[in-house]
Ligand binder design. Structure first.
Ligand code: IPE
Ligand code: IPE
Ligand code: MG
Length: 241
């Protein structure tokens, strides 16, 4: 048996719920912000690793619609971190052929943050080695609700017949309309839940839950998970082989 990486059966689209920054910091008696900073470093290394593993799409959960419930000071720090990270990473992302896009409602973000996220999207548009989608102020229920509102408005205008709504029409109204569904969703820090991430898109995703806290999630941890991935049998409801 070849125990090495089998590129034919690697997941094309990996999604990551990057959880555990706060606990990582608490273990070191550091402020939570230091955990988020270390988490941003961890993401940099993972983004560089993905093209080497034939992962073409990487989608990461950075801030949920529910994360506004946190202490406002932490929310502000997270926003500033995202803005500075986007600013400092542009060159490296361009050099590595990474195209960056965002899903989520960016209209609630501060102008400076939203502008910087738009800049990184524009400046990395031609990247063709990895499509990195960052979920910011993203919630799957909000996404599905917005899709329904859009469809209802089209029906109201006489633009769409309700009988013509099917799964692919729904899919084209989601924020991930031009992305394939994630093959593999990884959540760090030992939590066994989706926390409102990609509810529609994860219908047939494979899952991996690891105890590693996000700042400790290295390319080696990712490789170990991907090496085991080809052992899975994805049946999509059909007979097993
Ligand atoms: C993930 O780490 C980052 C965000 C949700 C923004 P957490 O901040 O949730 O870390 P824990 O879960 O408190 O350890
Ligand atoms: C999920 O983590 C959201 C992100 C990783 C951005 P949370 O830490 O917010 O999730 P819960 O609250 O533990 O479910
Ligand atoms: Mg958490």
């Amino acid at each position: 048996m070849n125990a090495g990486l089998n590129h034919c059966t690697m997941p094309r689209h990996v999604a990551l719920i990057m959880d555990g920054n706060g606990r990582w910091a608490a273990k070191r008696k550091l402020p939570r912000l230091e955990g988020h900073r270390a988490g941003a470093e961890a993401l940099r290394a993972i983004v560089q690793e993905c093209p080497k593993l034939d992962v073409r799409y990487l989608t990461v959960f950075a801030f949920s619609t529910e994360n506004w419930r946190r202490d406002p000071a932490e929310v502000n720090e997270l926003m500033a971190l995202m803005r500075d990270y986007a600013d400092s990473e542009i060159n490296q992302l361009q050099e590595n052929g990474v195209r960056v896009e965002f899903i989520g409602d960016l209209s609630r973000l501060d102008n400076g943050v939203a502008a910087q996220l738009e800049t990184i999207t524009r400046e990395t548009r031609s990247g063709d080695r990895l499509r990195l989608t960052v979920a910011v102020n993203y919630g799957a229920r909000a996404e599905i609700t917005a899709a329904l509102r859009h469809l209802a408005a089209r029906i109201d205008k006489g633009d769409l017949d309700p009988d013509d709504i099917n799964e692919s029409v729904m899919q084209t109204h989601l924020m991930t309309a031009d992305l394939p569904d994630p093959d593999l969703i990884i959540r760090t820090s030992g939590e066994l839940r989706l926390s409102n991430f990609l509810l529609w898109q994860s219908a047939y995703s494979e899952f991996e839950f690891v105890d590693t806290l996000w700042p400790d999630f290295t390319p080696e941890v990712l490789r170990d998970i991907l090496i085991r991935y080809p052992n899975r049998s994805r049946r999509f409801g059909a007979n097993g082989k």
